[in-house]
Design a protein around this ligand. Structure first.
Ligand SMILES: Cc1ncc(COP(=O)(O)O)c(C=O)c1O
Length: 483
C-alpha cells in the first residue's frame, strides 16, 4: 500500500542520519569557506532534475545533502559571516522546529492549536511587557520584520480610513495619505507602502542628523507643508536600529510629536528592539512603549532560526479591525483564554513558530541574552577601535551598536568594492556593503555566536592586505568612447 509514513526503524534511521549531519556540519564549519565556491555542475543537476516519479531512499537524500547542498550553501553560522543583520541560530531552535513540525498545529483557530495559542499569546505578552505596553496591546508572531511592518502599517492605514478602509479602500480618496520616515529606513517600509497602495511618492524621507537619527524639525516642516497642500499626514515610522549604522531615532520625542499631531507612530525595531533584554540598551529601547506599534525580530537578537518576527499594536482592537474576516465556515465561539490569530494578520494557515521563540527564551533566559547581545556590541567596538587606530582604515560612522562601517581611504569607491568582493570570494569572511552619506564602505554586523576577537583581527589584517594589493595593481583604463 502506498504510504507517506515511516516505520519505527525508518524513524530511527532518520534520527541517526540527522544527528550525524548536525555533528559533522558543526565540526566542519571552521574549515569551510564562509561563502561557498559554488559548484555550477551540482547546481545544474538540481535545476535539471526531472519530476520524481518514484521515491528514493533516506540515505540518498542525506548523501545529496552532503554532496550538493552543504558545499553550495553560505555558512551563516561560520564565525566570520557578518554581512547583514543575520545571526547564526541558537542551539535549541532546530529542535523546536522539528517538534513544531511533528505537532503540526495550525495557529489560526484556537481549537486547532490550544497550547500553541497560549504559547504565542505568552511570548507576545512577554515582548509587550518589555516595552511597557498595557493589557490592550496585542500582536502575533510573523515570518519576519518585513511582514511585521506590513501588518503594522495596514493597521495604521485602516485606522485612519475608518469604516471605509474595507469597503472603499483608497479608491477615489481625494486627499492622499502621507507617511514620514528617515532617509535611513529599511526597504521593507517602502515595500509595505507600495503593497498597501499608498505609493512610495507619499513616503517622505526626512534627512538625519550627524548621528543618523531623524531630524524632528524637518519632520515637522514636512508635515506642515503637506497639510497646506491638502494631503493627509497619518503615520511616522521611526527606527530602533537603522539597517546601515544601527542608529536609534529619538523615540520619546517622536512619540510626543505624533501624539500632538494625531499621527500613528510605528517603530521598526526589527533590528534593535530586542536589545532591550540587555541593561546596556534597555533605557533607549524601552521608549518603544510610547509608540502605537512596533516590529521586532526574534530571528535576529533572539538568535532563533528563520523565520520568526513579531508585531505588537498598542491597541489590539485596531489590529483586529484590519484583519478580522469571519466567514461562516470559520465561525467560532469566543473563549476568554484564547485568541483567534486569524484575526490578527493576513495568514490563515500558520505554523507553530512561537515554539522556538518560547523555547529560546525559556532555555537561555534573559541574562544569557543580555550577555550575548553585549558581547556582539563589544566585538563591534573592538573592530571599530582597530578601524580608528590603524591608518589603512577610516570609520564611516560611530559604532553605537553591533555594526561597523568603514573604508580604506587610500582607495576610491571602486577599489573598496573590489576589496569587499575579493574578501568574500576568497572565503575569508563575508562582510556587506554600506553606503554612508554617499560613500561606499564595508560593513560588519556582529550577530554570530562563534565570532571571537581573533576573527576580528584576521578580517582586518586580510582587508588591509587586499587593500595594499589592489593599490599596487595598474589602474584600469577607462575605455575611450567610440566616435
Ligand atoms: C531595520 C530593519 N527592518 C526590517 C528588516 C526586515 O526584516 P526581515 O528580514 O525579518 O523581514 C530588517 C532586516 O534586516 C532590518 O534591519
Amino acid at each position: 500500500m502506498a504510504n507517506l509514513l515511516f516505520s519505527s526503524e525508518e524513524h530511527q534511521q532518520a534520527a541517526n542520519l540527522t544527528k550525524t549531519f548536525i555533528e559533522r556540519y558543526h565540526a566542519s564549519l571552521a574549515d569551510r569557506p564562509v561563502f561557498p565556491n559554488v559548484d555550477r555542475d551540482s547546481i545544474r543537476t538540481i535545476l535539471e532534475e526531472p519530476f520524481p516519479e518514484n521515491g528514493c531512499s533516506l540515505e540518498d537524500l542525506y548523501e545529496e545533502l552532503e554532496t550538493a547542498i552543504v558545499p553550495n550553501s553560505t555558512h551563516t553560522a561560520h564565525s566570520r559571516f557578518l554581512p547583514y543583520v543575520q545571526p547564526s541560530p541558537n542551539a535549541v531552535s532546530p529542535y523546536a522546529e522539528m517538534v513544531a513540525s511533528v505537532l503540526n498545529q495550525n495557529c489560526n483557530l484556537w481549537t486547532l492549536s490550544p497550547a500553541a495559542n497560549a504559547v504565542e499569546q505568552k511570548v507576545v505578552r512577554w515582548f509587550a511587557g518589555l516595552f511597557g505596553f498595557g493589557d490592550e496591546a496585542g500582536g502575533l508572531i510573523t515570518s519576519g520584520g518585513s511582514m511585521a511592518n506590513l501588518i503594522a502599517l495596514t493597521s495604521a492605514r485602516d485606522h485612519r480610513l475608518g469604516e471605509s478602509a474595507r469597503t472603499e479602500g483608497l479608491q477615489g480618496r481625494k486627499s492622499p495619505l502621507v507617511l514620514y520616515t528617515s532617509e535611513e529606513v529599511h526597504s521593507s517600509i517602502d515595500k509595505a507602502v507600495s503593497v498597501l497602495g499608498l505609493g512610495v511618492n507619499h513616503l517622505r524621507r526626512i534627512p538625519c542628523d550627524e548621528h543618523f537619527r531623524i531630524r524632528l524639525d524637518l519632520l515637522a516642516n514636512a508635515v506642515i507643508e503637506d497639510r497646506e497642500t491638502g494631503l493627509t499626514p497619518f503615520c511616522v515610522v521611526g527606527s530602533a536600529g537603522t539597517v546601515t549604522t544601527g542608529a536609534v531615532d529619538p523615540i520619546a520625542e517622536l512619540s510626543a510629536y505624533c501624539r500632538s499631531q494625531n499621527l500613528w507612530l510605528h517603530i521598526d525595531g526589527a533590528y534593535g528592539a530586542l536589545t532591550v533584554l540587555s541593561d546596556r540598551f534597555r533605557e533607549s529601547m524601552s521608549e518603544i512603549g510610547h509608540a502605537d506599534s512596533v516590529s521586532l525580530d526574534p530571528h535576529k537578537f533572539l538568535f532563533t532560526s528563520f523565520e520568526a518576527g513579531c508585531v505588537i499594536v498598542k491597541d489590539a482592537s485596531i489590529l483586529r479591525q484590519a484583519f478580522n474576516f469571519s466567514p461562516s465556515y470559520l465561525a467560532m465561539e469566543k473563549d476568554p483564554d484564547f485568541i483567534h490569530f486569524a484575526d490578527y494578520g493576513p495568514q490563515l494557515s500558520r505554523g507553530f513558530k512561537a515554539l522556538k521563540v518560547w523555547w529560546s527564551l525559556r532555555r537561555f533566559g534573559r541574562k544569557t541574552y543580555a550577555e550575548v547581545i553585549e558581547r556582539m556590541a563589544d566585538l563591534a567596538a573592538y573592530m571599530g577601535k582597530i578601524a580608528d587606530k590603524r591608518p589603512e582604515f577610516e570609520l564611516l560612522a560611530p559604532v553605537v551598536f553591533n555594526c561597523v562601517c568603514f573604508r580604506l581611504p587610500h582607495l576610491d569607491d571602486r577599489g573598496n568594492e573590489k576589496v569587499l568582493k575579493r574578501l568574500v570570494e576568497n572565503g575569508t569572511a563575508f562582510l556587506g556593503p554600506a553606503s554612508v552619506k554617499g560613500r561606499f564602505g564595508l560593513r560588519a554586523c556582529f550577530m554570530n555566536l562563534r565570532t571571537g576577537d581573533e576573527d576580528v583581527e584576521l578580517i582586518m589584517d586580510e582587508i588591509a592586505r587586499l587593500g595594499r594589493s589592489i593599490a599596487e595593481e595598474p589602474s584600469e583604463l577607462t575605455p575611450m568612447p567610440v566616435p
